[in-house]
Design a protein around this ligand. Structure first.
Ligand code: ZN
Length: 511
């Protein structure tokens, strides 16, 4: 007697659809599982046997063999438990097996027969849909994320007994309605933290706008309490509005990590990941079926506060995703690419106490300042496009009642600048000024004679390197795009250079 059903497991962040076959025959009673399975998958035989018994179904003692194919992929996780149980019950003729060809079963079984929630359901349901399946039976705990995928009928089940009754036609499980659009509209319509909350700090806000407009990396240097974190948190809100497709891609990653906000199946906002400086390399880049911080920040902002405190080894790992927009993780059996297209925003105090160069307040010795700043190495600074200073909040800013510009107003300018860049780079494999290779800089960042002279002086004065020279031109291009100007003017260049002198003022002079 034979039974087969479809299931899915997570391989990195991708879901792989598998076929679970069960064969039941006379012979020495036993339960064997084959098909390149991890120990976690093998343990499922104990869960399945006990769950079937505790669901009130008694099966005759027979020889049972489970095969999960394709055999050439290493299977892991507990998401195939319910499918194994259904395949076994089908082979025993407890469930009619003829109507299961269009259904994917995922869920972990508890010993009492309960179906426990699992990570990555969203990816599994979309893989099932992509392969033409009509129905998905998933844990009830995961129903909100399962119902985000349109075009496939999703049922949330609580127990194995309920699934058996449903498949026998004795009981009904209501299919869930796809509600992605509704959640998306509700969530994106909700206003969050807004730039209008920040009074004063015009230079800082301008730096954030330019950074968002060209997807440039940003470093903020300033004393504690000067609004660095406040500003960073508001940057996702001035990036172009998220689309439903992007929201599903982001949510799918959070689903893999089991990090979707409770009750909601959809992350409808650009991510903002604030990472503590004690973060490990693995937590930063991900691995072993978990997305790292660089991927959780995909399509949003990765914020590193206290930048000099991060381990150099951790910062080094950012190089690959910053260049390619993805992170490749190789394991013995599998190779997985995780998306990691984020905007890096870093913040730091100018010294250990935080008040340098205010010599009335800073009590650091010059060697302490030197040691503190030297933690930020040249190669790290090389990756920063825009460096800005935040100043102490003034009394007039606090008492000011005039509302500052809203995030929405800033966002509309950023969106327009993005559109210009998309058109300009349509035939290339990148979309933003920040990603322009140096051969294209000569083509798209042409300076007139006056600007060239100015740049030459600045180059000597600020002791720019070839790399920082290029970065300055890219930022100037973005400033011009914000004004929809075809050519970079002297004013655009001057402003771009303002964001370059600071790393020198604070860091290079000390080094
Ligand atoms: Zn100090």
């Amino acid at each position: 007697m034979f039974g087969a059903v479809s299931s899915a497991f997570l391989c990195g962040i991708k879901s792989v659809i598998v076929r679970v076959e069960a064969d039941v025959s006379y012979g020495l009673p036993g339960f064997d599982m084959v098909g390149d399975l991890s120990s976690q998958v093998r343990e499922s035989k104990e869960r399945v046997r006990t769950a079937i018994k505790n669901s009130g179904i008694s099966l005759p003692a027979k020889k049972t063999v489970i095969n999960i194919c394709p055999a050439d992929i290493h299977k892991q996780g507990s998401s195939m438990d319910i499918a194994i149980a259904v395949a076994v019950l089908t082979a025993h003729d407890e469930i009619p097996g003829d109507a299961l060809g269009d259904t994917v079963f995922v869920g972990e079984l508890g010993l009492e027969g309960r179906i426990n929630g699992i990570n990555g359901v969203m990816a599994m349901v979309s893989a099932a849909k992509a392969q033409g399946y009509k129905r998905c039976i998933i844990p009830k705990d995961n129903i909100s994320e399962g119902s985000v995928i349109d075009g496939i009928t999703v049922y949330g089940a609580e127990t194995l007994g309920q699934v058996v009754a449903f498949l026998k036609g004795e009981d009904l499980i209501e299919p869930t309605k796809c509600c992605a659009q509704e959640i998306f509209e509700e969530e994106t319509g909700r206003t969050g933290e807004d730039f209008s909350d920040i009074n004063g700090q015009t230079v800082l806000k301008r730096a954030c706008e330019i950074a968002a407009a060209g997807m440039h990396n940003l470093l903020m240097i300033g004393p504690p309490g000067s609004g660095k974190t406040m500003a960073a948190r508001r940057i996702p809100g001035i990036l172009p509005s998220i689309t439903l497709k992007e929201a599903i891609e982001i949510s799918s990653l959070y689903s893999v990590n089991g990090m979707l906000p409770g009750g909601k199946g959809l992350m409808a906002k650009r991510p903002f990941r604030e990472v503590h400086h004690t973060v490990t390399k693995i937590a930063m880049i991900g691995g072993a079926g978990r997305a790292g911080e660089v991927s959780l920040a995909d399509k949003g902002v990765l914020f590193l506060d206290e930048f000099p405190e991060f381990a150099r080894e951790v910062l080094e790992t950012l190089r690959q995703p910053m260049e390619s927009g993805k992170i490749s993780i190789s394991r013995a059996s599998n190779h997985v690419d995780y998306p990691a297209r984020f905007m890096l925003v870093a913040a730091m105090n100018p010294c250990k106490c935080g008040y340098y160069p205010d010599l009335n307040k800073c009590n650091c010795t010059s060697s302490e300042i030197k040691r503190y700043l030297s933690k930020v190495s040249g190669p790290m600074l090389d990756r920063i496009d825009i460096c800005t200073e935040t100043s102490r909040v003034e009394y007039s800013d606090i008492v000011s009642t005039g509302k500052s510009e809203s995030s929405e107003a800033i966002r509309s300018r950023v969106e327009a600048a993005h559109e210009i860049q998309r058109k300009r780079f349509a035939k290339y494999d990148y979309s933003f000024n920040s990603a322009m290779p140096s051969s294209h800089i000569r083509k798209y960042c042409v300076l007139d004679d006056r600007s060239s002279d100015y740049m030459k002086k600045a180059f000597d004065h600020l002791e720019l390197s070839a790399r920082t020279y290029n970065k300055t031109l890219k930022v100037a291009r973005t400033i011009a795009d914000l004004e929809a100007a075809e050519n970079i003017s002297l004013d655009h260049l001057r402003e771009a250079l303002l964001f370059r002198g600071l790393d020198k003022k604070y860091i290079e002079r000390q080094a």
